[in-house]
Design a protein around this ligand. Structure first.
Ligand SMILES: C[C@H](O)[C@H](O)[C@H]1CNC2=NC(N)=NC(=O)C2=N1
Length: 98
């Protein structure tokens, strides 16, 4: 998986069909808020994502309040969005069931 930084157009193209994700205004990250039925569902999601992220050696910036999880993805090493972030976003959507 490449750590090549994606431009605004490439990010927009990669996000087509990737429900809920939007680029930040500066194009340096992508974001989604996940909302679950309750805290247990939110935390189970975070646990699944954490294991996948560790395997990828690619980690989300996120916060959890009750049943919502706010996620920002970017590749620190590249200073922007790369294919790794798109891949992790896809995995997150699968784990969230959408
Ligand atoms: C040494 C290690 O591979 C790096 O620090 C990894 C760890 N997790 C990471 N996660 C994210 N989101 N961006 C990175 O650049 C990154 N780098």
């Amino acid at each position: 998986m490449t750590r090549e930084k994606l431009g605004k157009d490439a990010i927009a193209a990669a996000l087509v069909g990737l429900e809920g994700w939007a680029p930040a205004a500066d194009g340096a990250s992508i974001r989604r808020t996940f909302t679950f039925a309750n805290f247990s569902e939110a935390f189970a999601f975070m646990t699944r994502v954490a294991l996948a992220a560790e395997k990828m050696d690619h980690h989300p910036d996120w916060s959890n309040v009750y049943k919502t999880v706010d996620v920002t993805l970017n590749t620190h090493d590249a200073g922007g969005v790369t294919a790794l972030d798109i891949d992790l976003a896809k995995k997150m959507n699968r784990f969230a069931g959408g």
